[in-house]
Design a protein. Structure first.
Length: 82
């Protein structure tokens, strides 16, 4: 069956970019979105990924971690400007 759908102009570029990132034609990408919605697929974490929850160990305080993140962000931004 062929169905024509209207894609608003503001969705055209994001749709094309997402389809390209997925390695699919726009038509196949839209089909996969519709199929997932109709089949009720939910994105779920694998058991291996879920097992990682709480496994990260770090002796630093929250403040130290946040400071390190901010310092890394600032140095990365400076590097991009050069």
């Amino acid at each position: 069956m062929k169905i024509s759908i209207y894609i608003p102009k503001d969705l055209e570029e994001p749709l094309l970019a997402e389809a390209e990132d997925a390695g699919e034609s726009p038509s196949m990408f839209v089909q996969s979105l519709v199929r997932g919605r109709l089949e009720g697929h939910r994105q779920e974490f694998s058991e291996q990924f879920a097992a990682l929850a709480g496994s990260w160990e770090d002796d630093r305080s929250v403040e130290e971690i946040l400071r390190d993140i901010e310092e890394q962000r600032e140095s990365a931004e400076r590097a991009l400007l050069r």
